[in-house]
Design a protein around this ligand. Structure first.
Ligand code: ADP
Ligand code: ZN
Length: 212
């Protein structure tokens, strides 16, 4: 199954993507993670992406489409995959439709208030990428990853100015994809307005939509 996850930054997409990709045994393809890795390793794409990334702007479509195309050629994508954070523009969605068939699009929704609180409290492990939240999913020891003991940090783009910017960018450039996929009959809305203790129920709703 080839799946796309939509939803505002901060809706919890990364967390849901990780769970769902394990259940369906398909790789989670996060363009955000791919850009972070490229920036860390100072690759050509990383150097190109960094100026956009740091300001909370989208990386240009041609660069983004290129890394996705390369990723889809890998063997683990043969039986399906799940996109987390891609496509983010109509141009990306059009390009994607020329490469593969998408079977389902899950659109996770939550109020702006919930979204801002999730983003500003998020902490990530610099070693393994595990995601925590200072209130909702606190690590056992403050500032330390439960999984690997790595240091937890706040991503540069989770600082207040960048958050505002990312939400603006989402509204302008990505939100139109909801209508785009609705028209194609691929969209299922999943209510993510629930506290993190109820993440199992959010996942159950997602599975129901996928198994229909
Ligand atoms: P979030 O969904 O929490 O905003 P991501 O990790 O998905 O975070 O993305 C972080 C940044 O990576 C974006 O702000 C953008 O600069 C870049 N990025 C990720 N995916 C894309 C994409 N599909 N197109 C353009 N830029 C992207
Ligand atoms: Zn870790």
């Amino acid at each position: 199954m080839n799946i796309v996850l939509l939803g505002s930054p901060g809706v919890g997409k990364g967390t849901y993507a990780e769970r769902i990709s394990k259940i369906y045994n398909i790789p989670q393809i996060s363009t955000g993670d791919m850009f972070r890795e490229a920036i860390k390793n100072k690759t050509e794409i990383g150097l190109l992406a960094k100026t956009y990334y740091d300001k909370g702007n989208l990386v240009p479509d041609d660069v983004t489409i290129k890394i996705v195309e390369q990723r889809l050629k890998q063997d683990d994508c043969k039986n399906g995959f799940m996109f987390d954070g891609f496509p983010r523009t109509i141009a990306q969605a059009d390009a994607l439709s020329n490469i593969v068939v998408i079977d389902k699009v899950l659109n996770f929704t939550a109020s702006e208030e919930i979204i801002i609180s999730r983003l500003s409290g998020r902490r990530v492990c610099i070693e393994c990428g595990a995601i925590f939240h200072i209130k909702n999913i606190p690590p056992k020891t403050e500032g330390v990853c439960d999984e690997c003991n790595g240091k937890l940090i706040q991503r540069d783009d989770d600082k207040p100015d960048s958050i505002k910017k990312r939400l603006d960018v989402y509204k302008k450039q990505t939100e139109p994809l909801i209508e785009y996929y609705k028209e194609k009959g691929l969209l299922a809305d999943i209510d993510a307005n629930r506290p993190f203790e109820q993440v199992d129920e959010i996942i159950a709703d997602a599975r129901k939509a996928l198994d229909e």
